[in-house]
Design a protein around this ligand. Structure first.
Ligand SMILES: [Zn+2]
Ligand SMILES: [Zn+2]
Length: 88
């Protein structure tokens, strides 16, 4: 008869309180502004982010990966261009 004692090594849990709005993650994607607290995460994201272009400017054919960015671009660069197609 024996007792299993000391087997359970209780790991102390660190109660990390994240103060949102207080600190900003140091790494942020310059393209879409997505923020990461660790650089590897950002590097991995940027590979996807930069290699992915879904939207293209119909005027100068500049490529964007976000519709918002393309809209902003059109508004600022081609103010005369009116977008007739509104896709939901
Ligand atoms: Zn990004
Ligand atoms: Zn353009």
């Amino acid at each position: 008869m024996y007792l299993d004692t000391g087997v359970l090594s209780a790991q102390p849990r660190h109660n990390q309180r994240l103060r949102l709005g207080d600190r900003q993650p140091p790494y942020s994607c310059t393209r879409c502004g997505r923020q990461y607290s660790h650089q590897p995460g950002l590097i991995r994201h940027r590979k996807q982010c930069e290699g992915r272009y879904d939207i293209q400017c119909p005027v100068c054919y500049k490529q964007f990966h976000r519709r918002d960015a393309c809209k902003q671009h059109i508004l600022s660069k081609h103010p005369d261009y009116t977008e007739n197609t509104t896709t939901a």
